[in-house]
Design a protein around this ligand. Structure first.
Ligand SMILES: [Fe+2]
Ligand SMILES: [Fe+2]
Length: 434
């Protein structure tokens, strides 16, 4: 007899079946909550007898969960040892998302390593240096960066450390689940780094020497009336950075030469300012990517990974957008960093309170804006979080548009772009399985 049917014998068979189905669905939802508690207690998927007993507290629960677990995942979950009791198993889709993220984190790590080599901390006070390579090789570049904040070298080193840890952790996790890890360096680390003295001349995945930096995240996070997920478009904070190609690192020792007064040249300050805005551009991408992909994962532990690493990206973004606002109002050739506190729109020349709201540097908290349905009222949120605007393909496209993969020898992108788009399409195609 199916547990649960007999107790409701005052109802006819159809009603009893309907009641049973309702109970089974409730049980499935409850089992997910119980699973999370069990994971907290055991640190992983539960296998202990105490948790198993508490989970199997009624025969109906066991029958319902097992039935639905089988029905909802026909051939799709990747079978991993120890997961036979997991009713939201790690699916092939979860693995596709983790694989893509690991690849993109390796790209992030690569670019941050280049920043740290030149502008990272060479003296971290009493805190030991975490990274296994020489940092802070361009002291005058560091002086330019420190105009944005005295702690910039430390923040650069720490952001680098974080990205390396993201890639390494994701690969370790994939490996622990019997999935393939990803390493793009053997094939695609071919781009030349800075020529500044001391920088290791091994090939890199990314090119920081000719960037076209989108700074529309600045006004996107200050808008109270528009959101990218509703098709909103946003002005750049630094219009000149969004066109042409600009270095975010000194290309060689010549870029580090001081001006006639012994001060940082406008050229070098512009490179440092570009880096400051590029840091925020990169990290706002991660801030949107993780919540966009989190909506597609099935397994709770994988969801926890995405939420937790995603939070780290948001912490980075928030730091960098605060620092970018300290960039000095200078011009170097065709690149001007406008005074964003002047009340003048650097794109249109418009003035007024609305303009001030869009550009003022200390408005760094995410302004409440539209979300889901405008009838719900404005709310302070990460934006975008839709697949179209903030998903995997959108993130890769934004990196491509940024010029990160441009090979100066050919003026074309390296082959990494095709690989990243392939992984991204697989990640975006994933659907949550319940
Ligand atoms: Fe990251
Ligand atoms: Fe990041």
């Amino acid at each position: 007899m199916i547990p649960g049917l007999a107790e409701d014998s005052e109802f006819d068979l159809e009603t009893r079946i309907a009641i049973l189905l309702c109970k089974l669905l409730t049980t499935l939802r409850n089992s997910i909550g119980e699973k999370e508690i069990a994971m907290k207690e055991k640190g992983s998927v539960f296998s202990g007898s105490r948790n198993r007993r508490s989970f199997l507290k009624s025969g109906m629960v066991a029958a319902g969960a097992a039935t639905i677990g089988t029905a909802m995942s026909p051939g799709s979950p990747v079978a991993f040892a120890g997961q036979e009791d997991d009713h939201a198993p790690i699916t092939k889709g979860d693995i596709a998302i983790l694989t893509f993220l690991s690849a993109l984190e390796q790209v992030e790590a690569d670019l941050w390593i280049q920043y740290a080599e030149l502008g990272g901390a060479s003296n971290q006070g009493l805190s030991p240096i975490d990274l296994p390579f020489k940092m802070g090789l361009a002291p005058n570049y560091i002086t330019g960066l420190m105009v944005l904040d005295g702690d910039m070298p430390q923040y650069i080193s720490d952001n680098t450390d974080d990205e390396i840890s993201h890639h390494r952790f994701l690969n370790n996790y994939l490996q622990s689940k019997g999935a393939k890890t990803i390493d793009l360096t053997s094939q695609f680390a071919i781009l030349p780094p800075s020529q500044v003295t001391g920088v290791p001349q091994n090939g890199r995945l990314t090119n920081l020497k000719q960037l076209t930096v989108d700074t529309s995240w600045w006004t996107r996070y200050r808008s109270s009336t528009k959101t990218p997920d509703f098709g909103g478009t946003f002005e750049n904070a630094i219009p000149d950075l969004a066109k042409g190609q600009h270095p975010a690192i000194p290309l060689n020792d010549g870029d580090l030469v001081l001006d006639n007064n012994g001060n940082i040249s406008n050229h070098l300050q512009a490179i440092a300012n570009t880096a400051g805005f590029h840091f925020a551009f990169i990290e706002q991408g991660g801030s949107s990517l993780y919540p966009a992909l989190a909506q597609k994962v099935t397994n709770l532990e994988v969801l926890r990974i995405l939420l937790s690493i995603g939070g780290s990206e948001i912490a980075h973004f928030q730091t960098w957008q605060d620092k970018a606002g300290n960039a000095t109002n200078i011009t170097d050739g065709d690149l001007t960093f406008p005074d964003l506190n002047s009340g003048v729109d650097p794109n249109t020349g418009a003035t007024g309170a609305d303009t001030a709201d869009e550009f003022q540097t200390n408005l760094i908290m995410p302004e409440p804006t539209l979300f889901l349905n405008e009838k719900l009222g404005p709310v302070s949120i990460i934006r975008p979080t839709s697949t179209k605007q903030g998903g995997a393909v959108a993130s890769v496209q934004s990196f491509v548009d940024d010029g990160l993969f441009l090979d100066p020898a050919t003026n074309k992108n390296t082959g990494i772009v095709q690989v990243l788009f392939g992984l991204a399409e697989e990640a975006d195609a994933v659907r949550r399985r319940f």
